[in-house]
Design a protein around this ligand. Structure first.
Ligand SMILES: [Zn+2]
Ligand SMILES: [Zn+2]
Length: 125
């Protein structure tokens, strides 16, 4: 299924990697990722998106992870890589674009984004 102009739910690492079939993503998160793609005019790939509770536990995700299904059964978090753009630059853009909201996490080679209402920032590089 097409989630936005350039993103579909069959994209590598959008569905939960345990094979359970969980692949619903919040539309507001997808809008933000589509915007990021357009801003950099570059493809976005996913390092991780949907995680069911079992898989999240297996990969050491936190209990409050936004990769887990929310009350609507959708993931609200994704770890993304913008082709040809350094992860720091992606995080800089997202922090500036959403100064008072969203979770933005810096990792080596990837950037976590989630659409939480309250601002959260972390650096695990
Ligand atoms: Zn799963
Ligand atoms: Zn993440």
């Amino acid at each position: 299924m097409k989630l936005s102009e350039n993103i579909s739910d069959t994209e590598k690492n959008i569905p939960c990697n345990c094979g359970c079939g969980f692949k619903k993503v919040s539309t507001s998160l997808i809008d933000k990722i589509q915007d990021t793609r357009e801003h950099f005019s570059a493809a976005v790939s996913f390092n991780s998106c949907c995680r069911c509770f079992t898989h999240n536990k297996n990969v050491g995700g936190s209990d409050g992870s936004y990769h887990l299904p929310d009350i609507n059964g959708a993931s609200r978090g994704a770890d993304i890589v913008v082709e040809g753009v350094h992860a720091d630059e992606v995080a800089d853009y997202l922090e500036k674009k959403y100064p008072n909201s969203c979770g933005v996490g810096r990792y080596r080679g990837r950037t976590h984004l989630d659409d939480r209402a309250k601002k959260a920032r972390w650096d695990k590089r």
